[in-house]
Design a protein around this ligand. Structure first.
Ligand SMILES: [Zn+2]
Length: 165
């Protein structure tokens, strides 16, 4: 399957609203304008820490389709994503492609320049993937092309077979 023309839709960068986090006590509300003006409540100094560190030396070649759905594939019947949808299937968006999260770099914590770290907030901790992206393509942390989700690929084949090629 060619990945040309498909837009990556799965890579939502979940904004954890770092701009509205409180400043560390050690910063004495003097680390930035937001902390100073809003009594420490709107510190803008926090940075996302992404692991594994994605290499920029990415490999050529198409994004392969996964042979099988991964262990915690969103397309599995009992996935948290489908539970949120009352068990309904994942939405199929023509022109989009859903990528497997396995091997993708993601935000694992947030760090303040003063040295304090905080956990990614619950509900976001497994969602904020930050792969290298260029155009319509994305890569795993080790530089291999991202892998197209097998569940999405099945929906895509069904869509094409319905005469929507
Ligand atoms: Zn600050």
């Amino acid at each position: 399957m060619s990945d040309r023309g498909l837009r990556v839709v799965d890579l939502e960068h979940v904004d954890i609203a770092k701009d509205f986090m409180s400043a560390p006590a050690a910063a004495l509300n003097m680390c930035c304008y937001g902390a100073a003006v809003y009594d420490g409540e709107r510190c803008t100094c926090w940075e996302s820490v992404v692991e594994p560190e994605p290499t920029q030396d990415v490999q050529e070649g198409p994004m392969p389709v996964n042979a099988q759905r991964c262990g915690d594939c969103a397309y599995r019947r009992d996935s948290p994503e489908r539970q949120l949808r009352d068990g309904d299937g994942m939405p199929y968006v023509p022109g989009g492609v859903f990528l497997c999260h396995v091997g993708m770099p993601k935000v694992v914590r947030i760090e303040h320049p003063c040295g304090e770290t905080r956990d990614v907030p619950p509900g976001v901790e497994n969602d904020d993937y930050r792969p290298v992206e260029r155009g319509y393509r994305a890569w795993q942390a080790d530089g291999r092309p991202a892998v197209v989700c097998a569940g999405w690929a099945a929906d895509h084949r069904a869509y094409l077979e319905r005469g929507n090629a």
